[in-house]
Design a protein around this ligand. Structure first.
Ligand code: GUN
Ligand code: ZN
Length: 438
């Protein structure tokens, strides 16, 4: 039994529906077997349970563990390949690196870099685009289980257009996916996701095979890319006979539902937004990726007006890093740049997009995303170094909303002092190396 002491911020009621940022200054959150059983002012909670261990997180902020709804495991090493639009970037940078993950040793190293990168910025839950090789997907799940983070992932499949070493057949995609799902789905905190790379690289038979696997693995998620780049959208429409729009290429195969998470959707049509909403599907908004690849400005207002659920994704490696603080800030910038079409975002909106909204899109809203009693204690302690610009900003913030805005503006991995999943300190899995003396 542990009582965590600190200043807790969360958004249990969506700020997009009138909810406010909740702040418990010098709060106490009591955790038993990984779950929050009681919360309130620290003195009140502590006086009821004087024998509990106390973890003192005063100085800084305690936030719910961040939820990344779109991130690519094989792309850690090629983050920062700038200057190309999507299809060139895939061919010249991303896919050559993805091909290297056929080597199990290489994939194991990248898996440690990937999960370490997530944890370093306070991401505790992620929907992860896996690799094109089953052995590499095993390496990712193995590392996620060792560390204890919540990862939903799977084999990425394609059967056309990409380089030959990344292609498979619909039959192998189903068989290998089922074997992986049997090994990992529902084991500890891992779950399986069915992942065609995008309909551009998948035949109708491949999309049917994905639908069959999704039907056969109860509770599995589905994820893919959609409407990211105008040249991509045009190619998809050329490839599918009678294609009305990008979403219909998935919908015709039964791949649009409450457990579907589509990344990007920058160039969505009203008809597509209506279908996403009616089917309860979600969209992962990946703002640094959209900016870096020049994909476009995300129509957040239109998504929300249609009732489509939206959360944040880092989209590493087109995105410029694992930090959802950076994604939140870039989401804010994009809405500013849209002028009257944009949706002005507050810091509470940004926290919601990076936590509870993500939990909802991944079907985990009952378990994580905020500090309500009954939820798992997934948290990060933001404790900037004394004298750092963020430390100065937090000390001079005029209330929690402003402190949170400064966090989104300034925080990075160096400010994330500790991270917990289900009450266990997962950041301990990656001791930070000492900086070598000069
Ligand atoms: N579309 C298909 N594959 C990818 C990818 O790896 N990254 C992004 N951003 N878009 C994609
Ligand atoms: Zn992506």
């Amino acid at each position: 039994m542990t009582v965590f002491r600190g200043t807790f911020l969360d958004t249990p009621h969506s700020p997009f529906a009138g909810g406010l940022l909740r702040c418990e200054t010098d709060g106490g959150v009591r955790v038993v077997d990984g779950a929050i059983v009681e919360r309130g002012g620290f003195e009140a909670v502590h006086s009821r349970y004087p024998d509990d261990d106390v973890v003192d997180l005063r100085g800084g902020l305690v936030l719910p563990g961040l939820v990344d709804t779109h991130v690519h495991f094989p792309q850690v090493r090629m983050i920062g390949a700038l200057g190309m639009p999507l299809l060139d970037w895939l061919e010249r940078s991303a896919l050559p690196e993805e091909a290297r993950l056929c080597d199990e040793l290489y994939a194991g190293e990248v898996a440690r870099e990937f999960v370490g990168g997530m944890v370093a910025v306070g991401t505790t839950t992620a929907l992860v685009f896996g690799a094109h090789f089953a052995s590499a997907v095993d390496a990712l799940f193995t590392e996620a289980a060792r560390v204890g983070v919540r990862v939903t992932s799977g084999l990425v499949v394609s059967d056309r257009i990409l380089r030959a070493d990344l292609l498979t057949s619909p039959e192998s995609a189903y068989d290998e996916g089922l074997l992986l799902a049997k090994r990992w789905h529902g084991v500890d905190r891992s779950r399986y996701a069915v992942i065609p790379r995008f309909s551009l690289s998948c035949s109708e038979a491949m999309l049917d095979s994905c639908a069959a696997l999704l039907g056969d693995v109860e509770g599995a998620l589905f994820t893919s890319h959609i409407n990211e780049n105008l040249a991509e959208v045009a190619t998809v429409c050329d490839l599918f006979d009678g294609c009305d729009d990008y979403l219909s290429t998935y919908q015709q195969h039964g791949l649009v539902g409450p457990r579907s998470v589509y990344a990007h959707n920058v160039h969505a049509t009203p008809a597509e937004l209506e279908i996403l909403s009616a089917e309860g599907a979600s969209v992962a908004h990946c703002p640094t990726s959209n900016a870096a690849l020049g994909s476009g400005l995300f129509p957040l207002r239109e998504h929300l007006d249609h009732g489509v659920r939206v959360a944040l994704g880092s989209d590493v490696g087109a995105g410029t890093g694992f930090s959802l603080f950076k994604e939140g800030l870039q989401a804010y910038f994009m809405q500013q740049l849209l002028g009257a079409r944009g949706l002005p975002l507050t810091s509470a909106h940004l926290l919601h997009l990076a936590t509870a909204a993500g939990a909802s899109t991944l079907g985990l809203a009952d378990h994580v995303g905020d500090f309500e009693v009954g939820k798992q204690f997934d948290a990060l302690w933001l404790r900037p170094a004394d004298g750092s610009t963020l430390h100065v900003g937090l000390q001079h913030a005029n209330g929690p909303d402003e402190a949170l805005a400064k966090t989104f503006a300034l925080a990075s991995s160096v400010d994330v002092a500790s991270v917990w999943v289900g009450g266990a300190q997962v950041s301990a899995a990656y001791p930070r190396p000492a900086v070598p003396a000069r």
